[in-house]
Design a protein around this ligand. Structure first.
Ligand code: GUN
Length: 288
């Protein structure tokens, strides 16, 4: 069997179009423009690329984009003051503080200072708790994008065995909560799990978010399973060049799986599209 390739780029284009339609409706009917504030502390090159891309796509979707670039030596007090200003600003419906933060800043403290209603990353403990208890939450963007693609490819997820490899607060844990909500039987595995090939072999759905290149092998995968690869790892090719690979050994997995996301072009493009969708959601909820 050769797997269907799940085209995250196409999915993201369709979702961004939907977001743009909602945005123009809000403008025309209610004179409201959703606004997303992105805060970047320091000069991490990868973060700068992400933030630029977020700003561009926010504007393309018809929303207001507010960017705050702070120096790497910004104090916690200065950052918290900015977050409080953004919390109070009625033109700002979503706030994202780009991670990772410089080491002298307490990430949890900063994230939990964001108004949970504007927490479009879904990282605030209130949103994590709401999601864990099956209530209306802001859902982290990457797992939300994965779920949208899974629903499209699997239809109903009810009763399926899902293995999530990775236990981060940003992907693994919320992904597991979302799949549980869909009535999957969910196992959270991680880098220390002992019988991983066996667990993966029993899964109808595999979500790989462990952060280790080519970690999950095709021979572990159940024939016909749907494989979602969240990993983005840069590896040496041997000729002095590097290439991006996922946490799944794509070339062997595609021979066994029913459907699989590639890296790049799978989960990645969906994350920003879901951020835009969360911003529209936060905007609508703020008026309801
Ligand atoms: N850094 C890398 N990805 C993300 C993300 O989705 N949200 C935030 N806040 N920081 C990130």
């Amino acid at each position: 069997m050769t797997a269907q390739i799940i085209d995250g780029k196409n999915f993201a284009v369709a979702l961004r179009e939907k977001v743009a339609e909602h945005t123009s409706y809000l403008k025309e009917k209610h004179n409201i423009t959703p606004g997303l504030a992105v805060v970047l502390v320091g000069e991490d090159p990868a973060s700068q690329v992400y933030v630029r891309s977020k700003g561009k796509q926010t504007i393309e979707a018809g929303m207001n984009s507010y960017e705050y670039k702070l120096s790497a030596d910004t104090s916690e007090t200065e950052l918290l003051t900015l977050i409080n200003q953004l919390n109070a600003d009625t033109n700002v419906h979503g706030i994202l503080v780009q991670l990772p933060l410089p080491e002298h800043l307490d990430e949890a403290l900063v994230i939990n200072a964001i108004d949970p209603a504007k927490d479009v990353d879904g990282f605030h403990i209130s949103n994590a708790g709401l999601l864990a208890t099956g209530q209306k939450a802001m859902v982290p963007c990457t797992p939300l994008g994965c779920l949208m693609m899974l629903r499209e490819y699997c239809g109903s997820l009810s009763g399926l065995n899902a293995v999530v490899v990775g236990r981060s607060n940003i992907v693994g844990k919320p992904m597991a909560q979302l799949l549980l909500k869909e009535s999957c039987t969910v196992t959270i595995a991680h880098s220390r799990t002992r019988n991983l090939p066996e667990l993966v072999g029993g899964a109808d759905i595999v979500v790989a978010a462990v952060g280790q290149p080519l970690f999950i092998k095709g021979e572990w995968i159940k024939p016909g399973a749907t494989v979602i690869d969240v990993g983005i790892n840069r590896i040496e090719q041997g000729d002095g060049m590097t290439r991006l690979v996922g946490d799944v050994d794509f070339e062997t997995a595609r021979e066994v799986a029913g459907a699989i996301t590639p890296v790049p072009g799978g989960v990645g493009p969906m994350t920003i599209a879901c951020l835009l969708a969360n911003t529209v959601t936060a905007c609508c909820r703020s008026y309801s």
